[in-house]
Ligand binder design. Structure first.
Ligand code: DLL
Length: 428
């Protein structure tokens, strides 16, 4: 179901809306955020130079460091009295990024979340169990408001509490689970431990996001819970969840609500815009935000854009699934390694459970990489056999070999019930 006509508008109509909104946003940011006035002046650009959406590339970038430098509210464009809500992003080090919303911003967020849920196949008859964390994290409240806006029923369970979570699914017959992909697997595993077949639960779909996952990982979730798993993307700096989502129809790229968020793809090294279809770093400009307008935000997320109409009929641009971040790249003894490459191999080996961790150390001035992998309950072979299978498979795809592979039994690798999964531990 298409929630809003704009999802199927012609490309010309979309472009006109984007042009109008971009010119407004740039003038608004220039007038109301001293940081942007300075940044534009420095770049030698005035709001009048922005005449169409293509002029976006004249604007300077906004980065994570700018959010940090302007902590807590230096990027806000409105007075405190106009701010209806504050959230904070989940930074692992240093101060979080504080993000703000006016009433109108919250309306936009509800609308894009409702569109997203509808695209994922959620209807007003559905019961959505929301297992994203409530609180400063945008996942919980973002989903919550969107489900209400759509007219479906939300169960605000939040993150963790897995035994209760499973009871709720069983007793209240939840149709949809919104949760991180790692939590979906955690829940399936916990159900099994309780003697419940997770595939027999009432869930028909899960809406997974907030962290990268690979295709085999998605298949694992779909099989374990017998659901359709739909990928949802978003980030606090831009609004929260609901920037883009796959439709359940095609599951082929995430429909990005480009009447509110303008996407570009740039070379992560040079910042130069890349030709259509090429993979690079996603850069987003907010087109309707009041409290926190953001110009050309460097998301750090690697993806590509596809402007072809989807088989579901939506005409808005689709972004590819984000399987990594520009800064995810691990450089081990001078060689590039993406954790997603390792994950693909892990999930592809039947005897291995989808739990692994990568530890990097510097010993005697040399990088060392240790991989810890868990085998499945059903595995009957020896540790050595499995280790050599893993080593062989990794050698086919990686230029640099792990120095050590440790194979451990089921449940040994620490699980996290809440928040985003952490698989790489760089001790260097
Ligand atoms: O994670 C918002 C969100 C909540 C999205 C619930 C989806 C579901 P932040 O905490 O600010 O916001 O983290 C944003 O998480 O830049 C990506 O690196 C990563 N991320 C978010 N969604 C996906 C996804 C929320 N579907 C950062 N696939 C982003 C891969 C994702 N990475």
């Amino acid at each position: 179901m298409v929630y809003s006509d704009i999802e199927v508008a012609s490309r010309e109509e979309l472009r006109d809306i984007q042009t109008e909104r971009l010119t407004e946003t740039v003038a608004y940011a220039y007038e109301n955020v001293p940081y942007y006035q300075e940044a534009l002046d420095e770049a030698g650009v005035t709001p009048d130079d922005i005449e169409s959406v293509e002029d976006v590339s004249k604007l300077p970038f906004t980065t994570k460091e700018d959010f940090r430098d302007e902590y807590p509210d230096g990027l806000f464009a409105v007075d405190r009295s106009e701010i209806a809500r504050l959230h904070a992003s989940s930074g692992t080090t240093g101060k979080p990024k504080i993000v703000s919303y006016t009433d109108e911003d919250l309306d936009v967020w509800r609308e894009v979340m409702a569109r997203s849920l509808a695209a994922a196949g959620v209807t007003d008859d559905h019961v959505v169990q929301n297992a994203y964390g409530y609180g400063l994290f945008t996942g919980g409240l973002g989903f919550h408001d969107g489900v209400e806006e759509l007219g479906a029923c939300v169960i605000p369970v939040g993150g963790g509490n897995t035994a209760r979570q499973i009871d709720m699914i069983q007793d209240l017959e939840s149709d949809v689970l919104s949760a991180t992909p790692s939590y979906c697997l955690y829940l399936a595993e916990a159900a099994e431990e309780q003697g419940i077949d997770p595939a027999e639960l009432s869930l028909s779909r899960v809406i997974i996001g907030a962290e990268p996952f690979t295709d085999p990982m998605r298949e694992e979730i779909e099989e374990a819970l017998d659901v359709t798993a739909v990928d949802v993307y978003g980030l606090s700096e831009i609004i929260g969840p609901g920037v883009a989502i796959e439709c359940e129809h095609a599951q082929d790229g995430l429909h990005l609500w480009e009447d509110h968020f303008y996407p570009e793809i740039v070379d992560p090294e040079t910042g130069e815009p890349l030709p259509e279809g090429e993979e690079g770093e996603l850069v987003l400009t907010s087109l309707t935000k009041e409290a926190l307008p953001v110009l050309r935000y460097r998301t750090g997320d690697m993806t590509s854009l596809n402007y072809e109409e989807c088989e579901c009929g939506r005409t808005v641009v689709r972004m590819d699934n984000v399987t990594g971040r520009a800064d995810d790249l691990l450089i081990v003894r001078g060689v590039n390694v993406y954790p997603s490459q390792i994950e693909e191999v892990m999930v592809d080996i039947e005897e291995v459970a989808p739990y692994y961790r990568i530890d990097l150390y510097r010993r005697n001035n040399l990088d060392t990489m240790e991989l810890t992998v868990e085998y499945c309950e059903s595995y009957e072979g020896t540790h050595d056999e499995l280790e050599s299978t893993i080593r062989q498979r990794l050698e086919e795809i990686l230029e640099v070999k792990p120095d050590e592979i440790e194979v451990v039994g089921p449940g040994v690798i620490e699980r996290s019930e809440t928040g985003k999964v952490k698989r790489v531990f760089d001790h260097r």
